[in-house]
Design a protein around this ligand. Sequence first.
Ligand code: PRP
Length: 184
Amino acid sequence: MSVPDIHPDVERVLLSEEDIRTRLTEIGAQITADYADEPPILVGVLKGAVMVMADLARQIDLPVEMDWMAVSSYGSGTKSSGVVRILKDLSADISGRHVLIVEDIIDSGLTLKWLLSNLRSRGPASVQICTLLRKPDAARVEIDVRYVGFDIPTEFVIGYGLDYAERYRNIPYVGVLKPSVYES
Ligand code: PRP
């Protein structure tokens, strides 16, 4: 297989396709063991979590369900305001169900803090979180995350579902964006 060229807007590759695949295989096995008696409903948070959901779900050897939510920050344009509105709600009723939220990245943690309390108010049996990426230095609230793919530095990362101005989501690896792209 040929090695794909690095995108010209990418400063460096942070996580290769293989890094991601290896880690998701490990996490999938862990989830398979942890939920053996109670297959969860996977709740993906659009749009960034599409790739993680697709690849992780195929590493879980259980009859999981998949559902989706889309949320957006209210107000001033800064995405980490913590005030969130639902753009698309779940199709499923999660009361009495074991819910596993699937995220691409936890930055400030504010989106998930809100989402956790929203989902918990619906009476699920449990709610846990799986995220591919986490930026520990950017955390503004403490959140208990059961499955973390990688802790990464506070840099502007794109690819594998992550965007800048809706671009780069389809790059197959996670890369650091060149500052010239967003500073120009
Ligand atoms: C990203 C990511 C999380 C959130 C994390 O979504 O998917 O949902 O930001 O940030 P926080 O921890 O600071 O709250 P984004 O709002 O960029 O939407 P997208 O998934 O559609 O790209």
